[in-house]
Design a protein around this ligand. Structure first.
Ligand code: SF4
Length: 109
């Protein structure tokens, strides 16, 4: 803390610094390059709700499905889990987090 800086200002500065760091992580993750610290932050974060990713129980445009998504982890039969979205998903489901498991390209990219 600087000489003329109050404790309140230090907390504010710390919050701003934290916000900037989170924004940097979000930009890095969105850019598709995940350094170890960003990957850890994503892992520690609670998964998103299905509504947040506009989840649907039918294929997306162009036949995109969870089965073809890098975030899909099969469990039994046509069911599975997702690295981004909470709860059970299915091989014929789809959401806006879809990322091609063969190329790593996101939907619409
Ligand atoms: S990100 Fe979306 S499309 Fe991909 S596995 Fe998860 S729910 Fe399915």
């Amino acid at each position: 803390m600087m000489k003329n800086e109050s404790p309140k200002m230090s907390r504010r500065a710390a919050l701003l610094k934290g916000s900037a760091m989170l924004a940097a992580i979000a930009v890095t993750v969105a850019a598709g390059t995940q350094p170890a610290f960003a990957a850890d932050a994503v892992k520690k974060k609670k998964k998103a709700s299905k509504d947040e990713f506009f989840f649907q129980e039918e294929p997306g445009e162009g036949g995109k499905t969870c089965a073809g998504c890098v975030n899909f982890e099969p469990t039994t039969g046509t069911k599975g889990t997702c690295a981004l979205v909470e709860g059970e998903v299915c091989t014929t489901c789809y959401c806006q987090g879809w990322t091609d498991k063969r190329t790593g390209k996101k939907a619409g990219a």
